[in-house]
Design a protein around this ligand. Structure first.
Ligand code: NAD
Length: 348
C-alpha cells in the first residue's frame, strides 16, 4: 500500500455511539426487523443481559448467559439449541470479545443477524472474523455474514470494566491499529482511523487508571477501541497478531495480556522498516520514540510486561516459533527463526 495507490472497501454496518445509547436497543432491533431476540452474555454479565432483555420487552425471547473465552464448540451447540427452541430470529451479544464471538458463531451456523453491544475494547464487533474452539484447536475464518449488523457503543457500560482489564484490553486495541498502519491492504482512511484510535486510547487509558469512573476518559477509550477495531476488520494483520494467536492457542494464555506484552517487541522489530507508520504512531503517542512510548504506556498502566509473568517458560518457545514459521502472514519485515528467537527471548 502507498497513499497514492490502494483499495478500500467499507464494511456495511451501523454504529450508534454515546452515553446511554443502550436505551436505543429496542429501536435498533426494530430497524433490523427483529421480533424474537436471544440475548447473549457471560455468566458474570447476566444482570446486564437481563437489563437489555427488559429494555427489549416482548422482542426478547430469552437470555443465554454461558458465553466463554475462545467460543468452545459445546457452548455454540448449547446456544444454538436455545435459539432454535425459542424460535429466535436474531441475537443481541452484550459483552466482550467472548460474547460477541458466540454471536458470530450463531450468525455463521444459523444465519442469525447480530446486534452487538461491546463492553470491552477488544474490537471483535467490527470484524468479519469468527472463531470456534474444538478440542483445544481454534478454527478461525473470515465471513461477511458474521459481521454484526448494528453496534451500540455505550461508554456507561464500560464503567464497571476493572482497571487491569481496561488496560490490557485497551492495549489489545492499540495493537490492531499499529499493525493496520503497516498492513499491505491499508489505505488513507485506515491510516487516519488507526492514528486517531491510538491517540484516543493512549490519552484515555492512564486517565481511567486514575479515575475508573471518569465518563470523558471512558468515552474516549471506547471511541478509540471502535476505530482500532475497524482497522482490524479492514486489514490483514502481521507478525504481532500471528504471534499472539499462536502463543494464546499453544500455551492457553489470556488474550488481552498476551497482546499487551508482545506489542512493544513487535513494534521495535517492525517500525524501522515502515517510516510512515512510525511517524503516525509518534504523532499519536506524542513521542519521537513510539516504541519507548508504548512500553511506558504499558508500564504506567500496570499491565504485565513479560511473558514469564503469564507462566511461559523458555522451553515453550521452540514449538511457538515452529508454528509461526509454518503459517504465512503479512509483515513488513521478513521474519526467520533467529529473529523470532531474539524477539521472544526479549518478551520472556
Ligand atoms: P472477554 O469477552 O473474555 O471478557 C473478559 C471478562 O470481562 C469476562 O468475564 C466478561 O464477563 C468481563 N467483562 C466484559 N465487559 C465487562 C464490563 N464492562 N464490566 C465488567 N466485566 C466485564 O474479553 P475480551 O478481551 O473482550 O475478548 C477476548 C476474546 O475475544 C478472545 O477470545 C479473542 O480471541 C476474541 N477477539 C476476537 C476478535 C475478532 O475479530 N474475532 C477480535 C478481538 C478479540
Amino acid at each position: 500500500m502507498t497513499l497514492d495507490s490502494f483499495v478500500y472497501e467499507a464494511l456495511p454496518m451501523r454504529v450508534v455511539f454515546g452515553a446511554g445509547s443502550i436505551g436505543h436497543l429496542p429501536e435498533e432491533a426494530r430497524r433490523l426487523t427483529l421480533r424474537r431476540v436471544l440475548v447473549l452474555s457471560t455468566p458474570d454479565q447476566r444482570e446486564l443481559a437481563e437489563r437489555a432483555s427488559d429494555l427489549l420487552g416482548d422482542t426478547a425471547v430469552g437470555v443465554f448467559d454461558r458465553a466463554r473465552m475462545h467460543v468452545p464448540r459445546e457452548t455454540v451447540i448449547a446456544a444454538e439449541g436455545s435459539a432454535e427452541k425459542l424460535g429466535a430470529d436474531g441475537c443481541v451479544a452484550i459483552g466482550g470479545g467472548s460474547t460477541i464471538g458466540l454471536g458470530k458463531a450463531l450468525a455463521l451456523r444459523l444465519g442469525l443477524p447480530v446486534l452487538a453491544v461491546p463492553t470491552t475494547y477488544a474490537g471483535s464487533e467490527m470484524t468479519p472474523i469468527w472463531g470456534i474452539t474444538d478440542n483445544a484447536r481454534k478454527q478461525t475464518g473470515r465471513d461477511r455474514s458474521v459481521l454484526p449488523r448494528t453496534v451500540v457503543y455505550d461508554p456507561e457500560l464500560t464503567l464497571s470494566l476493572p482497571v487491569a482489564i481496561s488496560a490490557t484490553s485497551g492495549l489489545n486495541a492499540v495493537a490492531h491499529a499499529v499493525e493496520a498502519l503497516y498492513a499491505p491492504d491499508g489505505s488513507p482512511v485506515i491510516t487516519a482511523m488507526a492514528e486517531q484510535g491510538v491517540r484516543d486510547l493512549a490519552a484515555a487509558l492512564p486517565a481511567i487508571g486514575k479515575h475508573p469512573s471518569d465518563p470523558t476518559a471512558r468515552t474516549a477509550a471506547l471511541r478509540g477501541a471502535w476505530l482500532c477495531g475497524a482497522c482490524l476488520g479492514a486489514t490483514a494483520m502481521g507478525l504481532h497478531h500471528k504471534l499472539c494467536h499462536v502463543l494464546g492457542g499453544k500455551l492457553d494464555l489470556p488474550h488481552a495480556e498476551t497482546h499487551s506484552i508482545v506489542l512493544p517487541h513487535v513494534a521495535a522489530f517492525n517500525l524501522p522498516a515502515v517510516p510512515r507508520a512510525r511517524a503516525a504512531l509518534a504523532r499519536a503517542l506524542h513521542d519521537d520514540d513510539p516504541v519507548a512510548a508504548l512500553k511506558s504506556l504499558a508500564r504506567g498502566l500496570g499491565a504485565p510486561l513479560r511473558l514469564s509473568e503469564l507462566g511461559v517458560r523458555e522451553s515453550d518457545l521452540r514449538a511457538v516459533i515452529d508454528e509461526v514459521l509454518t503459517g504465512p502472514y503479512a509483515n513488513p519485515r521478513p521474519v526467520g527463526r533467529a529473529e523470532l528467537e531474539q524477539l521472544l527471548a526479549e518478551a520472556l
